[in-house]
Ligand binder design. Structure first.
Ligand SMILES: [Zn+2]
Length: 415
């Protein structure tokens, strides 16, 4: 299988520089385009599922993490605090405490629950330099995170809906999980000591997994310090397993932050927090997608979706016009003109681009394009407008197929 670090360099997706530091990759334009498409997809899916997005800062005061419990249970994974005029601030190890404060900043009625708060936000982990590499072991993480503040009765349905979002995302991305894991606490002082709380939340998540009908395995010592998790596991090119998606139940942080909502009885009640992530960290998700697709991303994720290839200099203006029309439609398109080599070389150079629009003298004169699909299929020449609207439809629907079978002609008959 493919190693995402090698492909990342070869395809100009991402890289690192010793001066920026180990575990702090930067994204080149092609990689940034993939990441942007992925983030847009996530925001759109969340919006449709009733989430509302917030932004919160990547730093917080040390006291914030003392209240959340990160300071006592998680400090070895945190960056050391920075002293700012007698005040200590920390690069955040998670988004949860910020979201708890945002929830607490306004009063909430039971009618607003479940309140689904989402953010694609930065967080930091003080990984040792020896284990850093590629996009999978990094110190700066962009997390697809959300917290659902709800009543105890709403937890199971919210967790089920989150699993559903995860499954739909995997379908659009072509990802197959290797297993579902019910992550339980283990021995040692890492976990919040509240036996009744653990019992209730484990029972809830077990019910969700049973109800979803997915086979799962229980694993001790894999829970978050504040509660158990459903983890969706994937494997990398070397067969190493890691967690991509997660759904967690948390009674602890609502208690610590003294969160409440006003119930139908006019009194204050404590909400439960469901933490969930559809694709986990953007870095790990893109690393997995690179390996999974070998750089040949589904059209909606591809860094360049359409390449316009004029046969000769005479068709270059028509090809440039096609690129402009693609850009107007929101498609990512590039021109591969004769200055980039022979026709064959230009087509080979664009082998990972889902759609190659070859424009010869006849196509240029008639306003047509002859599409070659990445999988080798060649389509008969068609009006450029029709070709682009078909491509746009595939991209907008985030289909993994490149084209509708009925319209494709075999390479042989297309000559
Ligand atoms: Zn959280």
């Amino acid at each position: 299988m493919n190693d995402h670090r090698r492909l990342g360099r070869e395809l100009d997706l991402f890289d690192t520089d010793p001066l920026m530091g180990a575990g702090l990759p930067y994204w080149l334009p092609a990689g940034a385009a993939v990441r942007h498409a992925l983030e847009e997809y996530i925001r759109d899916a969340e919006r449709r599922a009733g989430y509302r997005h917030v932004y919160s800062p990547v730093l917080g005061k040390r006291e914030l993490y003392e209240i959340s419990g990160h300071w006592s249970h998680y400090s070895e994974d945190m960056f050391p605090p920075m002293d700012l005029g007698g005040e200590q601030v920390v690069l955040r190890p998670s988004l949860c405490p910020h979201h708890a404060l945002i929830f607490r900043s306004r009063s909430h009625s039971y009618r607003e629950l479940p309140l689904r708060m989402a953010e694609l936000g930065g967080m930091y982990r003080s990984e040792l330099s020896g284990v850093l590499g590629g996009l999978t072991r990094v110190r700066a993480i962009q997390l697809n995170d959300a917290h659902i503040f709800c009543t105890l009765e709403q937890v199971a349905e919210e967790a089920r809906a989150a699993l559903d979002l995860i499954r739909r995302a995997y379908h659009a991305l072509g990802i197959r999980p290797v297993r579902y894991r019910l992550s339980l606490p283990g021995p040692g002082g890492k976990y919040v000591a509240a036996p009744e709380m653990w019992r209730r939340s484990v029972a809830l998540l077990t019910e969700v997994l049973e109800g979803a009908g997915v086979p799962y395995e229980a694993a001790e010592g894999e829970a978050a310090f504040y509660g158990p998790k459903i983890d969706v596991q994937i494997a990398d090119s070397a067969g190493r397993e890691s967690t991509l998606s997660t759904v967690q139940v948390d009674f602890h942080q609502p208690e610590r932050f003294d969160l409440h909502y006003i119930g139908p009885d006019g009194a204050k009640h404590r909400p439960v927090m469901v933490h969930r992530s559809i694709i986990g960290s953007v870095e790990r998700a893109v690393a997995h997608l690179i390996e999974l697709h070998g750089g040949a991303f589904p059209a909606w994720l591809a860094p360049v979706q359409v390449v316009a290839v004029p046969v000769s200099e005479a068709e270059a203006p028509a090809a440039a016009e096609l690129v402009r029309r693609c850009l107007d439609l929101g498609l990512r398109a590039e021109l591969a003109g004769p200055e980039h080599g022979t026709l064959g070389a230009r087509i080979r150079g664009a082998r990972l681009v889902p759609y190659q629009a070859v424009i010869g003298p006849r196509e240029a004169a008639d306003g047509q394009v002859a599409l070659r699909l990445r999988d080798g299929r060649r389509l008969a020449a068609m009006p450029a407008g029709e070709a682009l609207s078909r491509i746009q439809a595939v991209v907008a629907a985030r289909r993994t197929e490149l084209w509708e079978e009925a319209l494709a002609v075999s390479p042989a008959s297309a000559g």
